[in-house]
Design a protein around this ligand. Structure first.
Ligand code: GDD
Ligand code: MN
Length: 354
């Protein structure tokens, strides 16, 4: 069978030769290529070139300058560049035993599934390579949270966070993936219903070097979960909520400095409107920025909308309280919620018009 093996690497020089040796041995009766997609800042690329020259199987190197999407982005690049449709993804530190490749690949080759997940949490699997107790807890609880958020799509998957899997490239819409950080499999599973099989594997200890997992990766994961589950709207809401809090804090600080309340409120509102635009431009609608409309034109639309909304909301609230006999708090809440949806629709359809 033919198989492209995609290996993302970030500073893994001492692991390359051993990985290629064990992969070649394990796949002796298959047609394989290994594609390293490398974001390293050390000598890993040179090591890969040396190992490639001496290897008995084709070893390719894609060294990325932009590092877009980190580990997940590297995997997408590798799958796009692969020679074969059957693609297996594995880490470069030998925590994923190369000896399991044939079993995973042959399961995919049967043809009744699109994706084969190598799982630590299915009977026969093991997670002992998770360095310490806290890492085990993080892994277990984030897996539980993720499964709860995608009950149907992850029904058959015990380990949606694994980095060891094989996929038939034709079954995914590769251009729709928006990988950020480590959880590329989750990205693939959550976007589309896939036919999945699992095989157990034992997560081994690292051959050499240190893990690149970090608190920052944890945050990436939470943002990714929210983005996948609730789409752009949840991020938009989170950013809007943060803006409201910032608004209050700025008014508080400025009035404490002796500024007039109205002036402070206007400054706070305008500052949060600008900050809000910068954040949604960067994190919510980043894939919808068209070349046709420049950033200043988008900013002008967003800025105008938010100011008009600000000016309209006050009399509308007064009207609701005055004629509708609604309490001021309820009127504020209702207008804020309505304004949120209108603002979201306006930004998706007008500011970031296709
Ligand atoms: N190209 C590229 N770019 N590769 C990266 C990057 C990056 O920014 N960050 C990490 N890698 C590579 C590493 O070099 C390694 O080959 C692989 O991705 C996994 O990184 P590790 O640093 O070894 O991560 P881990 O062992 O903590 O996490 C692994 O297990 C998790 C499950 O507990 C990964 O497989 C995760 O995807 C998995 O969720
Ligand atoms: Mn690792």
């Amino acid at each position: 069978m033919q198989l492209s093996i995609v290996v993302p690497t970030f500073n893994e020089a001492p692991n390359i030769a051993e990985l290629v040796r064990r992969v070649s041995e394990a796949t002796a009766d298959m047609d394989v290529e290994v594609i390293f997609v490398d974001d390293s800042t050390d000598a890993t690329p040179e090591t890969i070139r040396e190992v490639a020259d001496a290897a008995s199987i084709p070893v390719r190197l894609i060294h990325r300058q932009d590092h877009i999407g980190g580990l997940g982005g590297a995997v997408v690049t590798g799958i796009q560049a692969a020679t074969y449709d059957a693609c297996l993804v594995m880490d470069g530190d030998l925590q994923h035993p190369p000896e399991d490749i044939p079993l995973i690949a042959h399961r995919l080759d049967v043809g009744d599934v699109d994706l084969v997940v190598a799982s630590r949490y299915v009977a026969g699997g093991e997670a002992h390579g998770l360095a310490d107790k806290s890492r085990v807890m993080v892994s277990r609880s984030s897996t539980a949270l993720t499964k709860a958020m995608f009950p149907r799509r992850l029904k058959d998957v015990s380990d949606p966070m694994t980095g060891f899997f094989a996929v038939d490239r034709r079954s995914i819409d590769i251009d729709d993936l928006q990988p950020r950080g480590f959880k590329i499999l989750l990205e693939i599973l959550a976007r589309k219903t896939m036919r999945v099989a699992e095989v157990p594997f034992s997560f081994a200890d690292r051959h050499a070097g240190d893990s690149k997992a970090s608190f920052r990766q944890g945050l990436h994961f939470l943002v990714q979960l929210a983005a996948l589950r609730f789409g752009k709207m949840s991020l938009f809401a989170i950013i809007g909520g943060l803006g409201a809090v910032a608004n209050v804090l700025i008014v508080w600080a400025l009035t404490h400095l002796g500024m007039d309340y109205i002036v402070a409120a206007v400054i706070a509102a305008e500052l949060t409107i600008v900050a809000n635009f910068l954040l949604i431009e960067r994190f919510v609608f980043q894939d919808m920025r068209s070349e046709a409309s420049g950033v200043w034109s988008r900013f002008a639309k967003s800025f105008t909308f938010n100011n008009v909304e600000l000016i309209i909301r006050i009399p509308v609230m007064a009207l609701m309280v005055g004629t509708g006999h609604i309490s001021a708090v309820l009127a504020t809440a209702i207008t804020l919620v309505v304004a949120f949806f209108v603002r979201f629709v306006f930004h998706s359809l007008v500011v970031y018009a296709p």
